[in-house]
Design a protein around this ligand. Structure first.
Ligand SMILES: [Zn+2]
Length: 286
C-alpha cells in the first residue's frame, strides 16, 4: 500500500533526482516541467492560450529540492555475541538504544523483511487538511519538529505542506502521521480555499509521505537480533559525542605568552568542552 502510494507521488512529482528511493529502486529521471505534465491537450497558438490557462485545473507537483541524508562521518561495528561480556563495550542497554534509532530510520514496506531504509527524515506531522489534490495527496496546514543533523529540515508551525496519506481523507480532517520528508516540491494548482479560491499559482512547500516505522518493542528487538544472526545486513546511524581531535578533548588550546610561565588557554573553536558530535553508522554483526 505504502509502496504504491509512494509511487503515485514519485510519478506525479516526477522526482528528478537519481538518488535511491526509500525502496531501493531508482527514481525515474524524467525532469518534467509543469508544461510537460499538464493534462491538457495541445492548444492552438495565440488567442486560445489565455482560455487554456484559466481552464487548467490540473495539479502538478514537481521536485524543487530533495534532501539527501548526510553520509555518516565514520562507521563502527556492534557485535551481538559480545553483548554484556566482560571487557567489551557492547551492552544490552547500548543495543536497545541503537535499535531504537534503527527502528525510527526504517519504514515498513511490502518486502519480505518488512522494512526498508528510509532515505528521508522521519517526523511526526500534525495536520489539518486544506485542499484535496487527488490520489491521497493533500495541501495541509501542518506542524513538525526540526529534524535531522543540525536541524537540516527546519521545524514547521502552522505551515502549509504537501502530504501523501496512506488512506483517503477529506478536507477539514485533522490528524497526526509519521511522515517521511521527501524534499521541497513546487505545487502548481488552483486553490479552492478562502481567500484564494479560484487562484492558480505555485507554492513551494515541504512534502511528506505517510509511513509506518518498525515497532520499537522487545519483540521488535528480538526479531531484529534474529535477523542479524541469520545474516541480514543492518545498520543504524546516530549522532555520537567523541573527543575533539584538535584540542585532544580538553576544550582549549594553549598559546605561549611572552615572559609568562603559564600558557594562555584559548577555547577550542571546533568543539564544546572537548566534545564534538559526529554522525556514526553502526553496523550490526552476529
Ligand atoms: Zn576541541
Amino acid at each position: 500500500m505504502i509502496k504504491r502510494l509512494l509511487l503515485v507521488l514519485l510519478i506525479s512529482s516526477a522526482l528528478a533526482s537519481a538518488q535511491t528511493t526509500a525502496f531501493g529502486t531508482k527514481a525515474t529521471a524524467n525532469a518534467t516541467t509543469p508544461a510537460d505534465t499538464a493534462a491538457t491537450a495541445p492548444a492552438p497558438k495565440g488567442a486560445a492560450k489565455a482560455t487554456e490557462v484559466e481552464d487548467d485545473n490540473s495539479v502538478v507537483i514537481t521536485p524543487f529540492r530533495s534532501l539527501t541524508p548526510p553520509e555518516a562521518k565514520t562507521s563502527r561495528t556492534f557485535q551481538l555475541s559480545k553483548v554484556n561480556k566482560l571487557g567489551f563495550t557492547e551492552t544490552s542497554r547500548e543495543l536497545q538504544r541503537l535499535y531504537s534509532a534503527f527502528a525510527t530510520q526504517r519504514i515498513i514496506d511490502g518486502s519480505p523483511s518488512g522494512s526498508s531504509k528510509a532515505t528521508g527524515y522521519l517526523a511526526t506531522v500534525n495536520y489539518s487538511l486544506v485542499q484535496d489534490l487527488g490520489d491521497n495527496r493533500f495541501l495541509a496546514k501542518a506542524a513538525w519538529p526540526a529534524t535531522g543533523p543540525n536541524e537540516v529540515l527546519a521545524a514547521g508551525a502552522d505551515t502549509m505542506a504537501v502530504l501523501l496519506l496512506d488512506k483517503p481523507a477529506k478536507v477539514g480532517d485533522t490528524g497526526k502521521i509519521t511522515g517521511m520528508h521527501v524534499g521541497t516540491v513546487a505545487l502548481r494548482f488552483t486553490a479552492n480555499y478562502a481567500p484564494l479560491t479560484g487562484k492558480r499559482f505555485t507554492l513551494r512547500r515541504e512534502a511528506f509521505v505517510e509511513c509506518a516505522t518498525l515497532e520499537d518493542s522487545p519483540a521488535g528487538l528480538q526479531k531484529f537480533v534474529e535477523a542479524v544472526i541469520a545474516g541480514a545486513e543492518m545498520s543504524a546511524t546516530t549522532n555520537e559525542q567523541i573527543p575533539c581531535k584538535k584540542c585532544g578533548g580538553v576544550g582549549f588550546t594553549r598559546e605561549a605568552q611572552k615572559g609568562q610561565l603559564l600558557d594562555k588557554r584559548v577555547p577550542c573553536a571546533e568543539c564544546v568542552s572537548g566534545k564534538v558530535i559526529i554522525s556514526v553508522e553502526t553496523k550490526f554483526i552476529p
